[in-house]
Ligand binder design. Structure first.
Ligand code: HEC
Ligand SMILES: [Cu+2]
Length: 380
């Protein structure tokens, strides 16, 4: 179905799997609009010449309704508008539901640059290297104002909004260099806020990955923050003294809150739990978690979220298909918290309700007081 629109002047190349859908819909709507605009104006001109007043005070012939005509002019526009609706729905559905198997890249917008971080630890500013023919998912947020990541050749864009994560995905079809733009006016240098996306063959991409300092992966950096820099582990590490909620197996599960709501633990939920813990108290726990608002940057938040996600033993979707050497995210996250993993292992993917139950009866001093508490003092 791949078609080439290079014959259309000013049109960007089509370089993603769904680009032709967007263009198809666009040209279809343009054609329908052109057809009716020309038709209406032509009929107008024709009729006002044909039925012009030929002698003074002429009256027109009387017309009585026509069922056939009225049915036709209701049904034909209905069909046309439904095809537009369906076309739009299909495009929307494919674009805004990232496939489960996707390589995840984190994006932070900032006046006036795009910062990218790969799951394998490489960081880039305004440049982004990706392999051809793979599903790539961008999880995006911003440090300041609203931006909008736009890749014209892939026919995809989305607002990047402070305080939340937005995602887009694509599968690039042709190696090459394409523009990245900011499509939301964001201040003085908005027009300069752009970059280049390099689509490479998988083997070139692997070379690129191994040729670049990978630094800590987001998961490793998150673990460091969690255990050393922010002291999350003092409450969330396993063992008899655990006061915070169990985070193993959290991601993707249903969380029961004290206000009776049930929410799905996705990226956004974990982010909110860190910035505004009081807003969503997990059932069976006291609201003792302090807010970390203002103490962590967007990049650190992304890392913490990545780390908490990794605790759920999800198959990391970040590893390159061909197993590049830089992929250490999964193996290394265990070493730092050996003890805790051993204890928590059986719990790793236990359903959410179980996690709550065992915890409130066992080690959580904040649980309903139906048993003696011995661990409170040394902990407080
Ligand atoms: C003072 C102890 C304490 C500290 C420090 C703490 N937490 Fe918590 N945390 C809790 C408690 C208690 C809960 C459950 C009650 C709630 O939802 O606020 C919780 C809940 C959470 C949840 C939601 C868990 C769920 O099951 O839905 C996440 C995610 C979380 N914490 C992450 C963190 C991270 C990341 C840090 C470090 C930046 C941190 N916490 C620091 C005590 C703490
Ligand atoms: Cu911008």
């Amino acid at each position: 179905m791949q078609q080439d629109n290079s014959w259309v002047p000013l049109f960007p190349e089509q370089a993603s799997t769904f680009a032709w859908q967007v263009d198809g819909l666009y040209f279809y709507i343009t054609a329908v609009s052109a057809f009716f605009t020309i038709g209406v104006v032509a009929a107008l001109i024709f009729f006002f010449i044909k039925y012009r007043e030929k002698e003074k005070y002429e009256t027109g012939a009387e017309i009585h309704g026509s069922i056939a005509l009225e049915t036709a002019w209701s049904i034909i526009p209905f069909i046309i508008s439904m095809t537009i609706f369906l076309g739009g729905a299909v495009v929307f559905y494919t674009q805004y539901r990232p496939p489960a198997e996707a390589m995840e890249i984190y994006v932070v917008g900032k006046q006036w640059m795009w910062k990218f971080q790969h799951g394998t630890g490489q960081r880039e500013i305004n440049d982004l290297h990706v392999p051809v023919g793979r599903n790539i998912k961008l999880t995006m947020t911003t440090e300041d104002v609203i931006h909008d990541l736009f890749i014209p050749a892939f026919r995809t864009k989305a607002d990047v909004v402070p305080g939340r994560y937005s995602t887009i995905w694509f599968n690039a079809t042709k190696p090459g260099k394409y523009h990245i733009l900011c499509a939301e006016y964001c201040g003085l240098n908005h027009s300069g806020m752009g970059g280049t996306i390099y689509v490479m063959e998988q083997s070139d991409f692997d070379n690129w990955l191994s040729g670049n300092v990978s630094g800590q992966t987001p998961v490793q950096a998150g673990q460091d923050l969690f255990e050393n820099k922010l002291g999350c582990a003092s409450c969330h590490a396993g063992g008899a003294n655990q006061r915070g909620a169990v985070l193993e197996g959290l991601f993707g599960s249903e969380v029961k809150l004290t206000n009776g709501q049930t929410v799905t633990a996705n990226d956004e939920y974990i982010r909110n739990s860190i910035l505004n813990p009081g807003g969503q108290i997990v059932e069976g726990y006291q609201p003792i978690m302090p807010t970390f608002k203002g103490q962590v940057t967007e990049e650190q938040l992304i890392q913490l979220v990545a780390y908490v996600k990794s605790l759920s033993g999800s198959k990391s979707s970040n590893s390159p298909a061909s197993g590049s050497s830089a992929n250490t995210a999964n193996t290394s996250s265990g070493s730092g918290n050996m003890m805790r993993n051993n204890e928590a292992n059986t719990n790793l993917v236990a359903p959410r309700t179980n996690r709550g139950d065992t915890n409130s009866q066992g080690s959580n001093p904040n649980a309903p007081k139906n048993q003696p508490e011995t661990t409170n003092e040394e902990n407080r």
